[in-house]
Write a protein that binds this ligand. Sequence first.
Ligand SMILES: [Zn+2]
Length: 467
Amino acid sequence: MTSLAGSVSKNVEGFLDFINKSPTAFHCVDNVKTTLTSAGFKELRDNEQWNIAPLGKYFVIKDDSCVGAFAVGGKYKNGNGFALTAAHTDSPHLRVKPVSKREESNYLQVNVECYGGGIWHTWLDRDLTLAGRVFFRKPNGKISRHFVHVKRPILRIPTIAIHLKRDTNEKLELNKQDHLQAVLALKIEEELNKSTNEKDTTSDGNKKLNDESKKHHSQLLQLLASECNCQADDIINFDLMLADTQPSCVGGLNNEFIYSGRLDNQMSSYCAIQGLVNSLDTLTDETFIRGVLLYDNEETGSESAQGAMSEFTQHTLRRMTRDDYERSISNSFLISADMAHGVHPNYSSLHDRDHRPSLLNGGVVVKTNCCNRYATTAFTATLLKEIARLSNVPLQEFSMRNDMPCGTTVGPILSARLGMSTVDVGAPQLSMHSIREMTSTQALEHYLEFFNGFYNNFKQVYESIEL
Ligand SMILES: [Zn+2]
């Protein structure tokens, strides 16, 4: 009976389309680029002169996986501030190692490493594929890069049968080195497909050095080559992630849930960008520079050129403001957006009873921690609450139990390094860091409304401060 199910809104459809096209941080940023370009944003290059002007819309990409997007208010003057959102594009995943070729018991396997703190057992018995970016040499000798997303299941990490491990329901033990290696093919297939004319030169006629073909199964390289429209011999290097092939979808009796990978934190990335784009109508009267910063490597500590600890933020914000940087920073406000833990009905005791973001449809979560694992202060939470009130979005408070370690995100890093007023928020979800997470359609709607409201109403809130 389909009549019971609620209808799926355009907003939810838009998000599902985005996340299904974004199996990796690279794809996420590339899809953000498409959204921004079609909304009239201009790409700025690091090595070119930037001529920032009121009503201008710009974005800059760092190493394919980090992006800053800005819309300058029509009434912006030098020294005015930024209204910013920061989120992250990466999610825990299994990544192909530099030497991936493995053989065991007549299986061809792909050697992987663990990126971030994933719930790795959720990766077992899933129909997996590969996605990422491949660098290769073109026949003219130039180096190119292509984003790949293989659209069929080619990898699997099988569980062990219960007959061979009787206590598997009592204790599921995974050794990250031994038990997560993915099966690619049966060995006999590989022999049949082995290339018969192995040359010792690349297609630009030079001698092969550091031959990648010895490090990876030739079938794997052939597959990548066909995705990139190049020769397998010309592949120089790649970042390849394992990814689930099952598309994200709505579920629940009334279609009230979203089942998906990478909600943490592509949902924040998506909603922040939508908020920026949807608020362009009110840009003419804006005195701030509205911006979104999306970083890579949050799940591994943020310390990289494309992570939140990078000087990228300072360089970018300085160039947006020319010589009035310090004044602008003190006039600015940053929303650090990362997903939040909704209360799990089977584990509700893991939450502080009085600070449960108990409802997946209860509103945007404000995260507070007195030991600075979150950047929220009474001042920044006050601004946030005013923004939420004007935007008609409900809020929920989150604080960790005192006997458990508190998570963190990009907010404290950016607020410390930039000296910028920052608040940490998130949308509630379950199963964070599983290969397939879960949130509600209402949480997505609240989140979209919230970011749109932030960009539209921040000027008014800021101007009402009288301290
Ligand atoms: Zn996150």
